[in-house]
Structures are given as structure tokens and as C-alpha cells.
Unconditional design. Structure first.
Length: 74
């Protein structure tokens, strides 16, 4: 499983570096009059990222790599 997920290593490292930044915002129209009308095109990509990180953490735990699995939760 970890071998198959290794193709995501560069993207995961980029996410780790971005997670160290103090804050981030998506380019959304936050000041819309009706907040329920704000489009959220980034949600699908974030969901896929979280699923890959979850699979990777589970595989690392099964391999006895708890330190690496803990790094995936950031």
C-alpha cells in the first residue's frame, strides 16, 4: 500500500510545508450577501487529500511506523 501511495510523496511534502504557515485562505467571495451561495470548488480536492493521508497513516501504523503515521495527521 505504501508503495502505491508513494506517488503522492511530493504533494504530501508540499502539504506538510504549507501546514506550517500561519494562515491561509482560499480565493472565495467571503463577503457575499448570502453566504450559502459561496461556491466551494476546493472541497473535493481537500477530501481526496485527506483520504490519501488517512490510507497512508493506516498503512504506516500496520507497518509499525507510528512516528510517520503521526506526521500525516498535521
Amino acid at each position: 500500500m505504501l508503495l502505491a501511495l508513494s506517488k503522492y510523496d511530493p504533494a504530501i511534502e508540499e502539504l506538510r510545508q504549507a501546514s506550517e504557515l500561519p494562515a491561509s485562505r482560499f480565493p472565495l467571495e467571503y463577503d457575499k450577501e448570502d453566504p450559502t451561495g459561496i461556491l466551494l470548488p476546493h472541497l473535493a480536492a481537500l477530501k481526496r487529500c485527506s483520504q490519501v493521508l488517512q490510507l497512508r497513516a493506516i498503512a504506516e501504523l500496520q507497518n509499525g511506523q507510528s512516528d510517520k503515521a503521526l506526521m500525516n495527521r498535521r
